[in-house]
Design a protein around this ligand. Structure first.
Ligand code: HPA
Ligand code: ZN
Length: 340
């Protein structure tokens, strides 16, 4: 009898790419307590177990409140280095070959940490990991949408000396009430400066926010995009434009964007021909890194081996690597599959 393919093992061994990952969302409680102790900052939870009990969210805002609170212990360049190093070594253990990392500068500059401190720590870890562990990465500077557009412009000013380290500009934080159009001017500026553009849209917000992200911000990818499917015209638009969505199954489950992974819109996205990709978003808070996201959604939707391969190929093609970089990864993947 032919041995049945163990899809979980297949997923773990696949060379993969991650496109939607907040570095602040990889802050594991153990590291948080370690850095807090070093920096002599009090955390309101007694210990790791106590803190993890707070990881029970009914919506995006409840999560964001805990996520921003956790960031308060990050003070020095070395803290940002350690945070990034820890995620990238985890990525290595999960066979991630390339990752595109978001960071939220305003989360730190608003509490008096210098932009330079944040980006230098993150960048150095990305560089060291590329040299030592062979994982390539790109950096996405994300704008907090609950803050005014002037604050985003200020962040741009601070980022100017580091332009060569930043590949794309993103938009995240509390979605409802803060449509993409609130940031028309700053994203027009980003575009003129030659940055690629991404935006969270249609996570909790309505399909119209996806439309604004497409037509006003002129995004190169949509982060989440789940609610696009409520509108046929927007769905068709995504297909026609070959616009990739960075889907985050465990995040959607934890933040109650879906009530059960079995009802996740990924199945419908694939059936309609949307370019979907799988990502972990804030893995320290949502109960799993990239492999766990693939494994859980595979089980829930009964994804086939071919569908998993398609999702990984989508990630490679939707990455911000140049054609040489993409072809290298596509070849690596093909080689792996030929020998599996
Ligand atoms: N949505 C919006 N903003 C965020 C998220 C998210 O899932 N994670 C970190 N910032
Ligand atoms: Zn996100």
């Amino acid at each position: 009898m032919k041995k049945e393919l163990d899809l979980s093992e297949f997923i773990k061994q696949l060379p993969k790419v991650e496109l939607h990952l907040h570095i602040e969302g990889t802050f594991e409680p153990e590291l948080m307590f370690k850095i807090a102790q070093k920096n002599k900052i009090k955390i309101k939870y007694k210990n790791v177990v106590d803190l993890k009990k707070a990881y029970n969210f009914s919506n995006l805002q409840e999560f964001l409140d805990v996520y921003y609170a956790g960031c308060k212990v990050l003070l020095n360049e070395e803290d940002f280095y350690d945070l990034t190093w820890e995620y990238l070594t985890k990525a290595k253990s999960q066979n991630i070959k390339h990752t595109e990392i978001m960071f939220d500068p305003q989360t730190h500059t608003q509490r008096g940490i210098k932009f330079d401190t944040v980006i230098k720590g993150i960048h150095q870890a990305m560089k060291d990991v590329e040299e030592e562990l062979g994982i390539s990465s790109k950096l996405i500077m994300s704008i907090l949408r609950h803050l005014p557009e002037e604050s985003a412009f200020e962040t741009f000013k601070q980022s100017e000396p580091y332009k060569k380290w930043i590949d794309a500009i993103g938009l995240d934080s509390s979605e409802v009430g803060h449509p993409p159009s609130k940031f028309t001017n700053v994203f027009a500026h980003a575009k003129r400066e030659g940055y690629l553009i991404v935006a969270h849209a249609g996570e909790e917000g309505p399909p119209e926010y996806v439309k604004e992200a497409l037509n006003i911000l002129k995004v190169d990818r949509i982060d989440h995009g789940n609610r696009s499917l409520e509108n046929d015209k927007i769905t068709t638009e995504l297909v026609n434009r070959k616009m990739a969505l960075t889907v985050c199954p465990l995040s959607n489950l934890k933040l109650k964007v879906v009530n059960n992974l079995k009802n996740h819109p990924l199945r419908s996205m694939l059936d309609k021909g949307i370019i979907a990709t799988i990502n972990s978003d804030d893995p320290a808070y949502f109960g799993g890194y990239l492999n766990e996201n693939f494994i859980e959604i595979q089980k829930a939707l009964n994804l086939t081996k071919d569908e998993i391969i398609r999702l990984v190929k989508n990630s490679i093609n939707a990455s911000f690597l140049d054609d040489i970089g993409k072809n290298k990864l596509l070849k690596l993947l093909q080689n792996h599959l030929d020998n599996y």
